[in-house]
Design a protein around this ligand. Sequence first.
Ligand SMILES: C=CC1=C(C)c2cc3[nH]c(cc4nc(cc5[nH]c(cc1n2)c(C)c5CCC(=O)O)C(CCC(=O)O)=C4C)c(C)c3C=C
Ligand code: FE2
Ligand code: FE2
Length: 336
Amino acid sequence: MAKYTALTENAHETAKQAPQVGVLLTNLGTPDAPDAPSLRRYLAEFLSDPRIIEIPKVLWLIILHGIILRVRPKKSAALYASVWTDDGSPLLAIAQKQRQKIAAKLEGRAQVALGMRYGNPSIANALNELQQAGVRKIIVLPLYPQYAAATVGSTFDAIAKSLNSWRWVPEISFISGYSEDERYIDALAASLGDHQAEHGAPQKWVFSYHGTPKFCLEKGDPYYCFCIKSTRQAAFRAGLNPDDCITTFQSRFGKAEWLKPYTDKTLEALPKEGIKNIAIVSPAFSADCLETLEELEVENREIFKHAGGESYRYIAALNDRDDHIDALVSIIEKRL
Ligand SMILES: C=CC1=C(C)c2cc3[nH]c(cc4nc(cc5[nH]c(cc1n2)c(C)c5CCC(=O)O)C(CCC(=O)O)=C4C)c(C)c3C=C
Ligand SMILES: [Fe+2]
Ligand SMILES: [Fe+2]
């Protein structure tokens, strides 16, 4: 009996002394290096997630291992190599800066960890880090403003899977998207305003979001609606004419129909309609990554210019801008 009492007291003492709250920031993840073996490992994990590929598992595993993982790693590795920096993958390097700045603002109030849904540093490791620190409550902030099952939903699955092995499950506050948060919209609008102050107004503002297959919307995923709303709210807040703003969807994968209008097809068509000067922003990405630095900065710029476009300006993701960090901190503080 005395032994049991000591054990109970120990457990309660640890919980009392430790920082009580942990914050887990997550993002999609990235390969460890821009080479084919790393891409094969990363894509195998990513594309085996049933939230990402929603076709019967056995059929998909045959296609994934028989075709995709034989061809795509080499092609994707070359694209990643073109955006890789001295600090590694842009997505990870920016996420680390975001973590550092958010941790500094929450110092003494919460311990902040970073975990990637696929690849490293993993969500399981980040949760272990928080467990070691003895936190009793974890606020999870997946860094995707617009909720999608493929991103935020999948992050929830990974957290639940990791916590499966915890004996003392902490209190969890899970943030399921934050695109309607006023300070997020303010930061997005401010980035458009800064761009306009430096370069002048374009003929059209293209808001290009990462796509999802169209059936996700048909099955009830609200992502499309949040994207449309983000464009409307940011444009309003930045004082843009809504008729000058277009919402499009990029980064198609596979043969199925994805959310439309497609970014590349739109950019190809605009110059023929006399729109030769555009600014393009991608609000679904909280950090610049392959899909912005290569697909938007390089591929889509070429498509637009080749179709007769003259001025194509990409507006950086909110990354570690002060107003973005402040918005994320205030979203976390509401749950502290
Ligand atoms: C911002 C939200 C994202 C949604 C929604 C999303 C859905 C989604 N993505 C794929 C397939 C791929 N996406 C890839 C890269 C990638 N995707 C996002 C974000 C969302 N994806 C990010 C931030 C990144 C970049 C990661 C980086 O390291 O920079 C890739 C890998 C790149 C490649 O090989 O081309 C694939 C594949 C699907 C199928 C999907 C919806 C179901
Ligand atoms: Fe993606
Ligand atoms: Fe892409």
